[in-house]
Structure formats: C-alpha cells, structure tokens
Design a protein around this ligand. Structure first.
Ligand code: HEC
Length: 310
C-alpha cells in the first residue's frame, strides 16, 4: 500500500506529530514514524504529558525515584517531561542533520506561545477600544460642545478622550497602558520616550510597516506591546497641528505655541502603543503546569499507598 504520509512529505510538507509519550519512545513507534512515515517533528504541551504519564506505568520508576529525592511536583513533572523531550530529540537528530537545521524539532513551548497570542489579542481589543473612543469623540461629543467664551475644551479632541479613558482603566489595571506617543506632541504627556521613539522612527522609515509587536522588561515585569503608526490622513487635522498662528487661539493659550505643530499631510507623527503584561498570562500557564504536575504526583502517591497496603 502506498504510504500517503510519504507522498505528502515528497510535496514538501513537513509532518509533525502532536504527541509524545514514553510508550511512543520505548516501543519504537516514534522511530518507525520518523523512518517510515516521514515524521520530521514533534510538538508537546503539559496536557499531552498529563495523558502520557497518567495513562501509563512506564513513568512509575521515574516518579518513585523523583519522589524519593524529595522533588516538588513541578520539578518531578519537568524531569519526566524533559526526559521524553530529550529522547524524542535524539530520534529526530538525523532529520535535523539531513535538513541542515530546517526541520527535526521537538517543541515544549505551545502553551507559552498561546499565552503570547492571548496577550496580543487583549492588546488588539484595547487598541480597537481606543479607536472607538476616538470616533465617539469626533462623532458624538464634539458636535455638542459649544465654545464657551473662547475656552478650548480638550474633551473635544479625540486623542485626549482616548488617553483619558484608558488612564481611568489603568487605575484598576495598572500594568495595562495606552499611549498616543508622538515625537512632537501637543500635550507633553504624549511625548514618545526612548523605546517608543524607536518604534515611531521605524514606522517613519518604513511606510509599509503597519504593526509592531514586541516584549519589554519593565520595573513591574515583562510586558508585551502592540504598536500601530499614527499617520495624518486628513487635511482637517492640520487646522490645529500646522502652526501656532493658524491654530485656534484658545488652544494655543492652553497648550502653548511650541509643541504639536509642523505636522504634514501623510506624515507619520507618532504611534498608538498598547502595553499589556505578559507575566500574568505566563503565570497562568505555569499554574496549569503546576496543577497538572500536582494532580499526577498525588495520583501516583495514592496508587503507591494502595499498592503497598494490599
Ligand atoms: C481642534 C484642534 C485639533 C484638531 C482638528 C486635531 N487635533 Fe490632534 N490634538 C489637539 C490637541 C489640543 C491635542 C492634545 C490633547 C491632549 O491634551 O491630550 C491633540 C493631540 C493629538 C495627538 C496626540 C499627541 C499629541 O500631540 O499630544 C495625536 C496623535 C493627534 N492629536 C492627531 C490628530 C489627528 C490625526 C487629527 C485629525 C484626524 C487631529 N489630531 C486633529 C488638537 C487638534
């Protein structure tokens, strides 16, 4: 019978197995899959190990040894899991060598990757929320504001509304931040700090670039950011951002004549940057690992007790 997996591999598609266990390793099944079915990689995560360890007695010796050594559940879990990862990696080594490092990997990162994706999704939602506040200010607030005795109302400015509301949110979620960071801002609190300036300049030098994501170490922990360019697309914006002479006098009185002017149509003047803590999401993943590990070890100790009593 033709081996369809091989045919797929011959079309240039890598075939990765989303499973690993001592059983797969010891029985030679994984080796056979690599040799005969063209499997070139393996992925794993704590749930896969939970099933592997929970459904087999092949881990019992390792568990007993680790418990005897006095290791905690978390360390026991990693010790057992990494042994499988190491042995799986050994089996994949010929693939890695044959493909000069392009394939032949085994991963134990899936949950961390999910955590990053989750954080970025949250950042995306915050970004959209800020944009909605901007359109709300333009569409529903500004038309109802009357100019009172030449007084300029920051509340009528979309950037102000979005930043204020996001700052309210920060009182409850201090690690979450939203900023309309500009190189030459009208309001000094919007001035881009060093790393933000780097992002803005990257957008200015590369107009194709529509989004940036990255990780930063901050005093409160690791944080991920999502950034999008702020480009002047509408000539109407320039009424207040060209020169202090052409801007409303009441605005200049409030903000001064030196900042937030000289912007040009189609110029990228800044970036919208949302920062979201990564630690919380990673801690949640770690808690999952700890939970899985504790469950397995408890189960084992219970069984051990039963077996020894009988
Ligand atoms: C009526 C005058 C006015 C108009 C029109 C206006 N802005 Fe502004 N803009 C301001 C003021 C005032 C601030 C500072 C608000 C604050 O205190 O946060 C500001 C702030 C900003 C900021 C944040 C950085 C900074 O300068 O502090 C950005 C970005 C911005 N505006 C972009 C735009 C864009 C894009 C448009 C057109 C869609 C626009 N502005 C139209 C007055 C205006």
């Amino acid at each position: 019978m033709a081996n369809h997996l091989r045919e797929i591999a011959e079309q240039g598609q890598s075939i990765w197995l989303d499973n690993i266990s001592r059983q797969l390793l010891d029985s030679g099944t994984l080796k056979r899959m690599i040799d005969e079915d063209a499997v070139t990689g393996v992925t794993s995560n704590p749930t896969i190990f939970e099933k592997a360890i929970g459904n087999s007695d092949l881990y019992d010796d390792g568990l007993a040894e680790a418990v005897e050594k006095g290791l905690g559940p978390r360390d026991i879990f990693f010790q057992l899991a990494f042994r499988d990862i190491r042995d799986g990696a050994d089996l994949l080594r010929p693939v890695w060598e044959r493909t000069e490092g392009l394939d032949g990997y085994i991963s134990f990162e899936l949950l961390h990757k999910n955590a990053r994706e989750e954080v970025l999704r949250t950042a995306g939602v915050m970004m959209e929320a800020a944009l909605s506040m901007r359109s709300y200010t333009v569409g529903q607030v500004r038309p109802h504001l009357r100019v009172v005795e030449d007084e300029f109302l920051p509340q009528s400015v979309p950037a102000y509304g979005a930043t204020e509301i996001m700052n309210q949110l920060r009182k409850k979620y201090p690690d979450y931040a939203y900023k309309e960071a500009a190189l030459n801002p009208t309001n000094p609190r919007n001035r881009a700090v060093d790393w933000e300036s780097d992002i803005v300049n990257e957008f200015r030098n590369n107009e194709e670039r529509k989004e940036f994501t990255g990780t930063r170490v901050t005093p409160t922990g690791v944080s991920m950011y999502l950034a999008r360019p702020f480009q002047i697309k509408d000539a109407a914006c320039l009424a207040c951002h060209t020169t202090s002479d052409s801007a409303p006098a009441s605005m200049v009185k409030l903000y001064g004549p030196n900042n937030g002017f000289g912007w040009k149509l189609h110029e990228t003047v800044g970036a919208q940057i949302v920062s979201v803590p990564l630690d919380t999401a990673l801690a949640r993943v770690d808690r999952t690992v700890a939970f899985v590990a504790a469950t397995l070890v408890t189960l084992f100790l219970l069984l051990f007790a039963v077996v020894n009593v009988v």
